[in-house]
Design a protein around this ligand. Structure first.
Ligand code: NAD
Length: 481
């Protein structure tokens, strides 16, 4: 009888492996390669993201640049297709702006070039401070910018060497998964690492809470309204919280009113007022109030009269919550809809081309305190700039997010800057100028007010590490020998 040595060796290997397994020997971990970041189970997503993070640790900074290059390219090249998907799924905002947001985030989100190290050099040697990744980050993203927030977060977090698991808003989950699938596929094909960006394809509050509590999540970054901001702060993990805003605008008697009107329309109408930094209510000093409203009309906005404002308010603002938590909120039928839809809700017919509608209200109108996220902006008449700034402070609710002034009086600008104490303070421009879009600075769609990091960058998602060499390499210093 002939003995097939190869067959015997393979049978013996199989038997030994079975014996080893039953004896508790380590089993190779299940690989999630090929999943392209799409998961339903938070635990699997975190395990896959951990595997990806460990692989990224072994790679060069140049590789990180290549990885981010894929995210940027897809975001820019596929902006029309993915922006259209986002519009169709979320049904809020304006299509050209959905497309533009993806392109802009692809082009301008800070990447590896924002990473840096600091050095202390002296008589006792050298200390180098380096910025190391946290590991796996759990991110929660809003419906107002589902894929754009994921794109910006992914570029910044991966530039710093992390991986991320995203729990998107349920109403933006499909575009979130499609974008993430494309990013991972390209990265996997080029660099052999899959799942650097994972997404929960069927997100719920339970899956968000599972990420908050998961031992494998090293840091949390949430972008959203008050409820998720509170939940993240209670999670017990290091949290970067990009919370809600209600940005007020002050216009004083020295302002260039035509420029102010153009800026308020540009910022307040963008994506139908979905931006958290967008102009939401305007306080104008009485001496230029009527001239300011005329400037708004000249710039293309349409004015509602008092009766129309009342009708819109009844239709577009609803009460939510129970008992002491009862409060005014934007109606889902109007949130993020076009100005023409809002005008219809006010009993007025206007052209589809109108970007913003506005009207005079008093302070008690709910459009003033509510973060309405619709292209109707209330204008409130104030006796003087002091009153306007005080009203602006009340309307902002202490979120310390964004505030805006149109003025040529540096004292008024200074006073408002001090009183408001907001993360972003814009003078004589539309809100987006503060993110480097028409002004100086850089871009992010996660602006962390409550936890203080401000406009997030790759450095936001790092841990400081110090590497000290004692009494050497201090070429200029003199160690005592
Ligand atoms: P939202 O608060 O309804 O939802 C945001 C995300 O949090 C979603 O994924 C949602 O599913 C999740 N979520 C909500 N409550 C939660 C809870 N208790 N536990 C865990 N997860 C929870 O907000 P939205 O309507 O999607 O987005 C608009 C809000 O986001 C506005 O308030 C806006 O100001 C804010 N926002 C802030 C920034 C910023 O950079 N600061 C950027 C964009 C949007």
């Amino acid at each position: 009888m002939q003995i097939n040595e190869a067959l015997i060796r393979s049978v013996v290997a199989q038997v030994l492996s079975e014996v080893g397994r039953s004896a508790g020997a380590p089993v190779a971990p299940k690989s999630f390669n090929g999943r392209n970041g799409i998961f339903t189970c938070p635990n699997e997503a975190v395990t896959a993201a951990r595997e990806a993070f460990e692989q990224l640790q072994e790679r060069t900074i140049e590789d990180r640049k290549r990885i981010i290059g894929h995210i940027r390219r897809i975001s820019i090249d596929n902006c029309v297709e993915l922006g259209t998907l986002e519009m169709q799924e979320t049904k809020i905002g304006r299509l050209p702006h959905k497309i533009e947001k993806l392109k802009t985030l692809g082009e301008r989100t800070p990447g590896v070039e924002f990473m840096r190290s600091e050095v202390f050099s002296g008589d006792h040697g050298l200390a180098v401070i380096e910025h190391a990744p946290f590991g796996v980050i759990g991110a929660i993203t809003p419906v107002t910018h589902s894929l754009p927030t994921i794109t910006g977060n992914a570029v910044s977090m991966l530039a710093a060497g992390n991986s991320v698991v995203v729990n998107p808003h349920p109403s933006g989950k499909k575009v979130a998964a499609e974008g993430v699938r494309r990013f991972n596929q390209a990265i996997h094909r080029d660099l052999g690492i899959d799942n650097l960006i994972c997404v929960i394809a069927e997100p719920t509050l339970e899956s968000a809470n599972a990420l908050f509590a998961h031992r494998g999540i090293n840091m949390i970054c949430v972008t959203g309204g008050p409820a998720v901001a509170r939940a993240a702060l209670k999670s017990g993990k290091r949290a970067v919280v990009a919370g809600p805003g209600n940005p007020p605008v002050v216009v004083d008697e020295t302002a260039d009113l035509d420029n102010a009107a153009r800026c308020i329309i540009r910022g307040g109408a963008y994506d139908n007022n979905l931006l958290c930094i967008a102009e939401k209510e305007v306080f104008v000093v009485a001496s230029v109030f009527d001239a300011m409203l005329a400037a708004m009309e000249r710039a293309g906005a349409v004015r509602l009269n008092a009766r129309e404002v009342d009708t819109l308010t009844k239709n577009a603002i609803v009460q939510v919550g129970e008992g002491e938590h009862k409060h005014d909120a934007p109606s889902k039928d109007f949130l993020g809809q076009d100005a023409a839809v809002l005008a219809k809700g006010a009993g007025k017919s206007i052209s589809d081309k109108v970007e913003l509608i506005f009207g005079e209200t008093d302070l008690s109108n709910p459009f003033v305190p509510v973060e309405q996220m619709m292209p109707f902006v209330p204008f409130v008449r104030c006796r003087n700039v002091e009153e306007a700034i005080d009203r602006a402070k009340e309307a902002e609710h202490g979120f310390r997010h964004t505030s805006i002034i149109h003025s040529n009086n540096v004292k008024n600008m200074t006073r408002m800057g001090r009183v408001m104490d907001t993360t972003l303070f814009v003078k004589n421009g539309p809100c987006m100028a503060s993110l480097g879009l028409g002004g100086e600075g850089y871009l992010s769609f996660s602006i962390a007010g409550p936890t203080g990091e401000g406009v997030t960058t790759p450095l936001t998602f790092t841990r400081e590490r110090r590497c000290s060499l004692i009494d050497d390499l201090c070429i200029l210093g003199q160690p005592k020998r």
